[in-house]
Design a protein around this ligand. Structure first.
Ligand code: PRP
Ligand code: URA
Length: 209
């Protein structure tokens, strides 16, 4: 089982404080979610393999490195994961993007998948799944089940806030998946919301409440 990585760089912590604040409006929430995702992506791609190539600078022939082999795909979980999409694409603009729609039934808290569109060559790519919230873990486990069913073997999961319950559920369902979060919070309330959390991520990103 892979140990979750908490990305608590001071720049991320500062932005997390602004993001959690209930007085931060959706324009700023959108910007913060994208910025935090970009900073996290920098770390989550740290182990991408490199290969040496030869290039010609204006002055000399030089050996230099480029990203090798399997290429990246990002898969945001709709809706709230969409808020992270532009941030990671700022860093890796050539990545392909798939989308999985999953919502959590408010009564049962069980995931309901309603959409899945992935790049045709997805099984040859390294995949980073994006969702700001890992609460019970149901949505992430369901989305990763669907991605694995397409033959993908190399998956990372990047969330902004994780609850211990969600981490445990995701780790036990998918022990091979490396989890990155910006904050590990205390736990869930009786409605399955993360405390202290940041509220309903989709509503805050899209201003729907
Ligand atoms: C939120 C969030 C996750 C899920 C986390 O989505 O973006 O996908 O809840 O909860 P879980 O770990 O208990 O499954 P939501 O169901 O609110 O859908 P939305 O993004 O479409 O608003
Ligand atoms: N989904 C959210 O958007 N927020 C939570 O705290 C839990 C699930």
């Amino acid at each position: 089982m892979l140990k979750p990585v908490v990305l608590d760089h001071p720049l991320i912590q500062h932005k997390m404080t602004l993001l959690r604040d209930k007085n931060t409006g959706s324009k700023e929430v959108r910007e913060l979610v994208a910025e935090i995702a970009m900073l996290m992506c920098y770390e989550a791609t740290r182990d991408l393999p490199l290969v040496e190539v030869e290039i010609e600078t204006p002055l000399a022939i030089a050996k230099s490195k480029v990203i090798a082999g399997r290429k990246l795909a990002f898969i945001p979980i709709l809706r709230a994961g969409l808020g992270m999409e532009q941030g990671v694409l700022n860093l890796v603009p050539a990545a392909k993007v798939g989308h999985i729609g999953v919502y959590r039934d408010p009564e049962t808290l069980k995931p309901v998948e309603y959409y899945c569109k992935l790049p045709v060559d997805i099984k040859n790519r390294e995949v980073i799944v994006l969702d700001p919230m890992l609460a019970t873990g149901g949505s992430a486990v369901d989305a990763i089940n669907s991605i694995k069913a397409k033959g993908v073997t190399n998956i990372k999961f990047m969330c902004i806030v994780a609850a211990p319950e969600g981490l445990k559920a995701l780790q036990s369902a998918h022990p091979d998946v490396q989890i990155y979060c910006a904050a590990l919070d205390k736990g869930l309330n009786e409605h399955g919301y993360i405390l202290p959390g940041l509220g309903d991520a989709g509503d805050r990103v899209f201003g729907t409440k």
